[in-house]
Design a binder for this molecule. Structure first.
Ligand SMILES: [Zn+2]
Length: 480
């Protein structure tokens, strides 16, 4: 398998540290608001990666849920997002975290995204930042002991000048960053360097009423956002991990700081591979609440689209390309999904009269799909291979009984990576089948009024009947 590694800026052969096993870490959501479709794309990409890896490896996947310490700006400015959410909704921060974590998990389930499976002590598998406070405090102790962190009045800061390779992920050195620094951002005057970042905030100054706080050897407070991922990785997977993922917006600050803390504290690389997915644009513009083009999954389902149509739309773009979301592109993805299901439903329409020549056809298609995914997860190419298979199969009319078995195997194989419910299709009802037979008899006896009437009746049930040289074939016209 080849993957594009942000750290080396090259497409590299992927090799896990332990043979046949992969450790994978994903930065999860900050649960102060609903996830938008840009966030969700990121998790669909992760899921595709995990499923593709699972073709060859056992994958241990950990994802966090940020329920404390993520300030409005990723660079430690402004208030805590959770506190802001609590004030907006007149709830406690714990209620806000609980509510949005639940909605997030529902979105993940609707999109067929596999649960994280690394051990985190929670039945749902997600690692909450607030469950790892002790581990974060232990990491700060190490950083202070090794001279990488220092205590100021407002916070304990990581000293970025102590690392010679700080910024290696983005390729931006401290000197480069300083040129682009904004001086209108208010920073703590006690910081030694503007890029020093907080690993622990004290409940003083504008954080004196912060609801979530814990005792520490240095005083009451709460951890900085970047620290949680490093501490969770250390205690669930251990360094180095094979693959760390996230959105491209994490490269410059969050992932750069994760690397700095972990490597300083433990003296080992944090991850061998760093994979980043691109943004979602809406109608070619950046998504924003003020432009009214800010969507979450519920906005999509309320308009009658299936969540898996959105999943398919995500898979139709390579993860390192921007995805332009439009209602037309979602409509097209939904039609593609209907076609995929019609193709899958061919397994229920096999005929012993057919010759059965198609098994090689599936085999070849499966090889093309797999090789597209093994080459830096080109899901859009894999899908176009599948579209070719569908067109070919369409031209072939009905399947032989043996072909139907082979088709089922093919569907199971591609389903394991695509996650579109292709392998769990159900046959139409026996009543609908009886109607199709009745219509065929009416046609044979040239009773076209009756055959048309039955066709209309079936159409109302969402079943279209097509007459092929091999006999009638049905397809569902609605998603089921
Ligand atoms: Zn993270």
């Amino acid at each position: 398998m080849k993957l594009t590694n942000t750290l080396t800026k090259a497409k590299q052969d992927f090799k896990p540290i332990t043979p046949y096993e992969v450790t994978l870490y994903t930065c999860g959501p900050t649960v102060y608001d609903y996830a938008h479709i840009g966030n969700l794309r990121s998790f669909v990409f992760d899921d595709l990666l995990r499923r593709s890896l699972q073709l060859n490896y056992k994958v241990k996947h950990v994802m966090n849920i940020t329920d404390v310490g993520h300030l409005v700006s990723d660079a430690d400015e402004g208030e805590d997002k959770l506190e802001k959410g609590a004030r907006r909704e007149g709830k406690t921060v714990w209620q806000v975290a609980e509510y949005y974590s639940e909605v997030f998990k529902q979105d993940m389930a609707a999109l067929n995204i596999l649960h994280p499976n690394g051990y985190t002590g929670r039945p749902d598998g997600y690692a909450r930042a607030t469950d790892f406070i002790e581990q974060q405090i232990n990491m700060i102790k190490l950083l202070i002991d090794k001279g990488f962190a220092y205590q100021a009045k407002q916070a304990i800061y990581f000293d970025v000048t102590k690392l010679t390779d700080y910024g290696k992920l983005s390729g931006q050195s401290l000197a480069d960053k300083a040129v682009g620094a904004r001086d209108d951002v208010v920073t703590d005057p006690d910081k030694k360097h503007p890029y020093d970042f907080a690993v622990w905030f004290f409940t003083v100054g504008h954080f004196k009423d912060h609801t979530m706080h814990w005792p520490s050897p240095w005083g009451n407070g709460f951890p900085g956002w970047h620290l949680e991922c490093s501490a969770i990785i250390h205690s669930t997977l251990g360094e180095p991990i094979d693959i760390h993922t996230g959105g491209v917006d994490h490269i410059g600050t969050h992932h750069t700081n994760e690397i700095a803390q972990s490597e300083a504290a433990f003296g080992l690389p944090l991850a061998n591979f760093w994979l980043h997915n691109e943004f979602v644009m809406v109608d070619g513009a950046k998504m924003s609440k003020s432009l009214g083009n800010y969507y979450r999954l519920q906005n999509i389902t309320q308009k009658g689209y299936h969540p898996l149509s959105f999943r398919l739309l995500c898979l139709q773009a390579h993860y390192r390309s921007q995805l332009n979301f439009t209602w037309q592109s979602l409509e097209a993805a939904q039609n593609f999904l209907i076609n995929l299901y019609a193709f899958a439903d061919m397994q229920f329409q096999a005929s012993p009269k057919q010759s059965g020549e198609l098994s090689k056809f599936w085999q070849k298609a499966l090889e093309s799909v797999t090789s597209a995914l093994m080459d830096d997860m080109h899901s859009e190419q894999a899908l176009s291979e599948i579209a070719t298979v569908i067109n070919g199969a369409d031209a072939l009319g009905l399947l032989s009984t043996r072909d139907a078995d082979e088709l089922q195997k093919f569907l199971k194989s591609i389903e394991s990576v695509l996650g579109l419910n292709l392998a769990s299709r159900q046959d139409i009802s026996s009543d609908a089948k009886a109607l199709i037979d009745e219509r065929e008899q009416a046609r044979q006896t040239k009773d076209f009024a009756k055959s048309d009437q039955i066709r209309d009746q079936l159409a109302q049930e969402g079943i279209a009947v097509e007459d092929t040289p091999c006999g009638p074939r049905w397809r569902r016209t609605k998603l089921l």
